[in-house]
Design a protein around this ligand. Structure first.
Ligand code: GAL
Length: 333
């Protein structure tokens, strides 16, 4: 049985547990991961490694992104417009001259439908993005499926189908601190990314539109290295965003990214069918839920601004085509 609780005034919390005692809680508010609890402390005590609040109102008061599903288009779109098969569409400008994470009032701020499907270890959230929401063609029917496996994996599957040609590049915005200490920085976490190149950004946080080799830079995580490699570097790209907020182009290997907690007790392995990962290290001190550099997100997706950059691949979702993306977070301890 899935344990269902209230989560603030309007939201619900769905709690999954597997045979090793790992637990994941999810809410319909934003089809969001709330806590990921691992029995790694002494005597089987639980450690939460996912940045969370206590209710829907708390997310509204602090930050609507942690753990949420970002649709229809993750990341920034330059000029807040793009062409879809020859027609230009204008999107909501929620940053100066650009659209971030699909605009405002979008699915990370909505209450999704829930289907528990008599399953004990998965929850399916569904929503329909209305035609014209933030300027994107639709309607687009979206499903976010979260499954907790007995192999200590959280599997995230996004499915979508649109009634018109549109753009679609979803991601999940879960933030981790694998030590479970959200008021301490992740500088000593170690990360490995199977990527030979990354995408440098401009002043406006938009991709500059070309790839750069990671070799010889603080973006080289082909072998395990700490986040401090970038936090303490003078590389102009780290200075520009005060850490990492960059896309890496992933090698086609089974395990794209791995991260080990500062106390080495937790290892996270990420598998995805997506071409890129955006790693963001909570670089704006005004964000109140965690310390500056207190968490990192790993947004598996197609490259940001792909709709406006030649060579960044396509995020076109054609009418009546079935979209599927899959990302698995495996925890070892
Ligand atoms: C990230 C983005 C950051 C920041 C964050 C939300 O995905 O790359 O620049 O906007 O979301 O606070």
């Amino acid at each position: 049985m899935i344990d269902v609780k209230t989560f603030g005034e309007k939201a619900k919390l769905y709690c999954l547990k597997n045979k090793d005692g790992m637990q994941v809680s999810l809410t319909d508010f934003g089809a969001r991961v709330v806590e990921v609890l691992l029995p790694v402390e002494e005597n089987g005590g639980l450690r939460n490694v996912s940045l969370a609040t206590k209710s829907d109102e708390d997310y509204r008061k602090t930050d609507l992104y942690p753990g949420s599903t970002i649709v229809p288009v993750a990341g920034r779109i330059s000029g807040a417009h793009a062409e879809i098969k020859g027609t230009t569409y204008h999107f909501t400008e929620n940053e100066p001259n650009r659209t971030l994470h699909g605009g405002v009032g979008t699915a990370n701020e909505q209450y999704w439908d829930v289907d528990l499907a008599n399953d004990t270890q998965s929850v399916t959230f569904g929503i329909v993005l209305k035609d014209g929401l933030n300027g994107f063609p639709g309607p687009v029917a979206v499903q976010a499926v979260y499954e907790l496996t007995d192999a200590n994996e959280l599997k995230v599957t996004y499915r979508a189908r649109s009634e018109q040609d549109t753009l679609f590049n979803p991601t999940n915005h879960v933030y981790f601190n694998l030590s479970g200490k959200f008021q301490e920085d992740i500088g000593e976490h170690q990360m490995r990314i199977a990527a030979q190149s990354y995408v440098p950004l401009g002043e406006d946080n938009l991709p500059l539109g070309h790839f750069e080799a990671v070799e010889g830079t603080p973006f080289d995580f082909r072998e395990f290295a700490t986040f401090n490699q970038g936090f303490k570097s003078n590389h102009p790209q780290n200075i520009l965003v005060k850490g990492y907020d960059h896309p890496w182009l992933l090698d086609k290997v089974p395990t794209a990214v791995e991260v080990i907690s500062s106390d080495q007790k937790v290892r996270l392995q990420v598998e995805t069918n997506q071409p890129a990962v955006v790693i963001y290290t909570y670089n704006f001190p005004q964000e109140s839920l965690a310390a500056y550099h207190g968490v990192f997100s790993m947004e598996c997706q197609a490259l940001p601004n792909a709709c406006n950059v030649d060579g960044f691949g396509s995020i076109l979702l054609e009418k009546d085509q079935n979209y599927v993306s899959e990302t698995t977070y495996r925890f070892l301890w």
